[in-house]
Write a protein that binds this ligand. Structure first.
Ligand SMILES: Cc1cc2nc3c(=O)[nH]c(=O)nc-3n(C[C@H](O)[C@H](O)[C@H](O)COP(=O)(O)OP(=O)(O)OC[C@H]3O[C@@H](n4cnc5c(N)ncnc54)[C@H](O)[C@@H]3O)c2cc1C
Ligand code: FES
Ligand code: FES
Length: 502
């Protein structure tokens, strides 16, 4: 058992013996280190002013940097990782290439957002997959979680394009082997437990020690990426004395192809799960790329999205429509349930004291199945859904033989539209008149609420429109997708930007 959080800062190992269970990384940096270049803007993961880069070493000895919102990351979560802030980039009197590009292209005015933007671009600068000359779409996607209210994005994008034209070459690439050695040393097998039995931050290393610890402390709060739990602390000021972080548990983040299904471990981040879910259907990947921002997707997990039980979480309707199974573990016993049964009522899930989500079994599409999912929100990026519809049709000879239809934002829980499903059996996607009853039935399945995101009327009509879109697309080839609502291909986005006189 280890009782200190350890991380790499500026090429050295730093130990934090008294990390509070919910002390944020931002507070640690600003209040303890006095590293005040990292800014606090919204304190809820939206603006990106607090972005830092978190480095992790892979089995190949290479370090991957991810942009993280330090305002909603607890300091214990970066145990075993490297933390890079804007202060660490310049060498002597020479700015880092990303910083120099921002100066050269006039990418900063008041400067409040600038450290966060620089850190997002630093992570992209080091991203192996970016290639040279990344597209505008890629740059936009990496900057979607960094809000600038005064410069405007054109000069920032110009700076990004200039600095990303070549491979990374900075003090971090030169020190990579040495830093990797430190990170490998930190990656020990021991459980982490900072505090006492009444108040602690714990990060078990194995499923068995997690299960034992949570059984002993069923009143503890579990945290995976903290993109929900972080806000409980910074916005709702909830008292959380005992925190169990799942991020160090070996294999809990596994992604495994098991033939006709994919296992997504509970702590697999959106970023990690993306390719496996994309392989099931491209709509799932399109949807995931619209969850929060790069920062949110680098920390947030599919397991957290499900366990949270929110009626407006983006993945539950998709997983319900696909017929996924949820694996739960308590102590030495496990059980598996259809994911739809997990969501009992608003704020109430089928999870017993001391029980945690271990993973999901997500079936792949069978022959003759067509899947579609659409997210409707006020903004394209960084916004919570008003309505999300997910559809799985099994079609034989042009006729629907089976249908699974699930919505988010339409009830107190993510929920199947069972009456609609029943009316779809025997319908012909190519004949709109054959769906009429299913359309009408939407009002039997849902009585949605009016709130700040949408009115009840809008929600009901939108749910019907999404059903129509899915059916129209199902009537064509399964790969043909319409552009009625909420979809833009990468190529179309490029054209739109060029057309805007960029
Ligand atoms: C700026 C911003 C934008 C966002 N945008 C979106 C969006 O577009 N769509 C969307 O759906 N969500 C969005 N979210 C919400 C959030 O990112 C997701 O719900 C995310 O999936 C939560 O995962 P996490 O790992 O961060 O969960 P955490 O915050 O760590 O945990 C969430 C909940 O699940 C519990 N929990 C976590 N793991 C387990 C487990 N294995 N077993 C049992 N309980 C567990 C926790 O105790 C907590 O109750 C956004 C959040 C932010 C801050
Ligand atoms: S302060 Fe706004 S995202 Fe952290
Ligand atoms: S430079 Fe002022 S907010 Fe971006």
């Amino acid at each position: 058992m280890r009782d200190k959080v350890r991380m790499v800062r500026k090429g050295r190992i730093v130990e934090v013996a008294d990390a509070g269970p919910t002390e944020t990384l931002l507070d640690y940096l600003r209040l303890r280190e006095r590293a005040c270049g990292t800014k606090e803007g919204c304190n809820e993961g939206d603006c990106g002013a607090c972005t830092v880069a978190v480095g992790e070493v892979g089995p190949d000895g290479r370090i991957t940097y991810r942009p993280v919102n330090s305002c909603i990351q607890f300091v214990g979560q970066v145990d075993g990782k490297e933390v890079v802030t804007v202060e660490d980039l310049a060498e002597g009197g020479t700015l880092h290439p990303v910083q120099q590009a921002m100066v050269d292209h006039h990418g900063s005015q008041c400067g409040f957002c600038t450290p966060g933007i620089v850190m997002s671009l630093f992570a992209l600068y080091h991203d192996e997959a970016r290639g040279t000359a990344p597209t505008r779409t890629t740059i936009d996607e990496w900057l979607a979680g960094n809000l600038c209210r005064c410069t405007g994005y054109r000069p920032i994008v110009d700076a990004a394009r200039a600095v990303l034209a070549g491979p990374p070459d900075d003090q971090f690439t030169r020190a990579e082997a040495e830093t990797a050695g430190l990170l490998q040393y930190l990656n020990d097998r021991s459980d982490l437990f900072v505090g006492n039995q009444d108040a602690f931050f714990a990060a078990p290393r194995s499923i068995a020690s997690l299960a034992a610890l949570y059984e002993r402390h069923p009143d503890a709060t579990l945290v995976a990426g903290a993109t929900d739990v972080g806000l409980w602390i910074t916005k709702q000021f909830r008292p959380v004395a005992k925190l169990i972080h799942l991020g160090r548990v070996e294999d809990l983040d596994r992604i495994e192809d098991v033939g006709n299904a994919v296992i997504i471990g509970a702590t697999a981040t959106y970023e990690k799960a993306l390719d496996a879910l994309d392989a099931i259907d491209q709509d799932i990947a399109s949807l995931i790329k619209r969850i929060g921002s790069r920062q949110v997707r680098a920390s947030g997990t599919v397991g957290g999205n499900v366990a949270n039980g929110s009626p407006i979480g983006d993945t539950p309707p998709v997983l319900i429509a696909l017929g996924a199974t949820l694996e739960l573990v308590r102590g030495e016993t496990g059980r598996a349930i259809p994911i739809e049964d997990f969501f009992i009522d608003y704020g109430k899930q089928d999870r017993r004291p001391g029980e945690f989500v271990a993973g999901l079994l997500v079936p792949k599409l069978a022959l003759g199945q067509v899947f579609r999912a659409y997210k409707i929100s006020k903004r394209f990026d960084q916004d919570i859904s008003a309505v999300l519809g997910a559809f799985l049709f099994t079609i034989e000879n042009g006729v629907i033989r089976d249908a699974r239809v699930a919505f988010g934002g339409m009830a107190g829980v993510p929920k199947r539209a069972t009456t609609v499903e029943a009316k779809l059996i025997g319908a012909v996607p190519a004949q709109a008149s054959s769906w009429h009853d299913a359309f009408e039935a939407m009002a039997e399945d849902f009585t949605p609420l009016t709130d700040m995101r949408a009115s009840a009327h809008y929600r009901l009509e939108t749910a019907r429109a999404l059903l129509a879109k899915a059916l129209v697309e199902a009537a064509g080839a399964s790969s043909e997708r319409t552009r009625l609502i909420g979809r833009r291909t990468a190529a179309e986005t490029e054209v739109a930007h060029v057309g805007a006189g960029e």
